[in-house]
Write a protein that binds this ligand. Sequence first.
Ligand code: ADP
Ligand code: MG
Length: 250
Amino acid sequence: MVKAEGVHKSFGAAHILRGIDLEVAPQEVFCLVGPSGSGKSTFLRCINHLEKINAGRLSVDGHLVGYRQKGDKLYELKDSEVAAQRRDIGMVFQRFNLFPHMTALANVMEAPIQVKGETKAVARARAERLLDRVGLSDKAGNYPSQLSGGQQQRVAIARALAMEPKLMLFDEPTSALDPELVGEVLDVMRGLAEEGMTMIVVTHEMGFAREVGDSLVFMDGGVVVEFGNPRDVLTNPQHDRTKAFLSKVL
Ligand code: ADP
Ligand code: MG
């Protein structure tokens, strides 16, 4: 579903991603961990067209991100083609980024209506179903300010799912939450995983990585330091940098 080969990304003179190689299979829960500043968010942003890579190849579902290849030449996609690629990718951020002037239901209905031209009736039926799935049927009429952080994040997940993505990216979805609200968000993510959603999850929740993750990558300094089954990497890390990091977060 995702393939990165020698992916590099710089911001000016700052060389952030220094040759990322990894593969995410369909239906896989792929956990990405590493110290702050190691490039995890940058990598997710490259997958989701929010940043352009400087070198290497990055593809989602067999299509190069942002480019079309003809022979050995690459052509940049038009904005409309980029938009079409992005529709298949849902992203959930640390900060929930809900539209503050819209109810939970309206937040979840918005993208399918605006982006896909869906009718309100169809969008509403799906939004109600999705709010039910994240356990928030009774909060459909609440505005974000009337919801807890955990509830807002669950609405944000429902909103991303409303576009029926093939791939979900989670960038530290529970890091901004009070500890007692983390579990309800992880439960929703666990449910998604059980239903077969392909997910890349940047997280410091090692319990989640161990129980739900199929693969775990430890990233540091813009490279993949260690990769494997989460149980193996977490209980028996091979590299000193991985050991040092895990000793701080476990
Ligand atoms: P992580 O998510 O692992 O904490 P990030 O991908 O957010 O790391 O950031 C990696 C590095 O890239 C940081 O040093 C950050 O300051 C830098 N960086 C990220 N985005 C930009 C940007 N738009 N312009 C300049 N530097 C950036
Ligand atoms: Mg980050």
